[in-house]
Design a protein around this ligand. Structure first.
Ligand code: 4G1
Length: 252
């Protein structure tokens, strides 16, 4: 996959893209990443990239001529998607990331100030994606979140360990409780089932922990999660029960 990011602060991508999984993906030839400086596409001697909004009001708007020129310069064909990271976009979810991971190239456009001139959307943007409902200073961190979610889904980027990890996220449930050594920490012991050696019982306990935590914290996720008949029966039993909190009951 080739990813080109357009930004006024291309250096913001350096640390994330040169560490860990992102480094591995590029090292293995599975990802080519390039951050481009939008200012390089400014035409005047002051290299102006933004201007005041028509109709007044505060703030600055990214100029359409500069941004469209930048997009057209990095986009090899009109078939390449151009994604504007924006609070007005469709929400980034696992299915959206999985869809983008199928594509050979992405151009990501990061806004700044009050945003981009509307004609950039009309002329050069093919998709608009948001990472969530909060105010950001720019689209760069949103682009990095999207890149992380997408690149880990490219076959060969994660090792065997990661592939298993991916399955547990892709099932649409939250993770239950996890424990590692020491067995007892500050008086808190690991649930006995995990040291029992009964693998089938452990698997069932983990599944129910995941269902319980999802039901308590993100019940809306259960609507789209693939559930077995056993899962449904157990959730129904839960609904008719007095529930303690997850934190105080690692052993439901
Ligand atoms: C109105 C959030 C404005 C923000 C309403 C998620 C946020 C890009 C994202 C803003 C941005 C809300 C995102 C806001 C983002 C121009 C430059 C837009 C920064 C900008 C809820 C500022 N996912 N925000 N406006 O944050 O780019 O992708």
């Amino acid at each position: 996959m080739k990813i080109d990011a357009l930004s006024l602060f291309p250096a913001m991508f350096d640390s994330v893209m040169n560490a860990s999984m992102m480094w591995k993906a590029q090292d293995r030839g599975l990802l080519t990443f390039c951050a481009h400086d939008i200012r390089d596409y400014a035409a005047d001697k002051h290299r102006q990239v933004d201007d005041t909004p028509y109709g007044g009001g505060g703030g600055m708007i990214l100029k359409p001529d500069v941004l469209v020129r930048a997009i057209e310069a990095v986009r090899p064909s009109t078939a390449t998607p151009v994604i504007l990271l924006s609070p007005q976009g469709r929400l980034l979810t696992h299915p959206v990331a999985a869809e983008l991971a199928q594509l050979p190239q992405l151009v990501l456009v990061c806004g700044h100030y009050e945003g981009v001139d509307e004609r950039v959307r009309q002329l050069a943007v093919t998709d608009e994606i948001s990472i969530g409902d909060y105010v950001l200073t720019g689209g760069e961190l949103a682009a990095l979140v999207l890149i992380d979610a997408v690149v880990r889904l490219i076959p060969g980027v994660l090792g065997a360990e990661g592939a298993a990890d991916r399955d547990s996220h892709a099932d649409g449930l939250l993770e239950g409780a996890h424990y590692t050594r020491p067995h007892t920490y500050r008086g808190l012991a690991v649930p006995a089932i995990l040291t029992s050696g009964h693998h089938a019982e452990v698997a069932r306990w983990r599944r129910r922990q995941a269902l319980l935590r999802t039901w308590l914290r993100r019940p809306e996720l259960l609507k789209s999660a693939p559930l077995t008949e056993d899962d449904r029966e157990w959730l129904e039993a839960l609904a008719g029960r007095q529930l303690p909190t997850v934190a105080s009951s690692p052993d439901p």
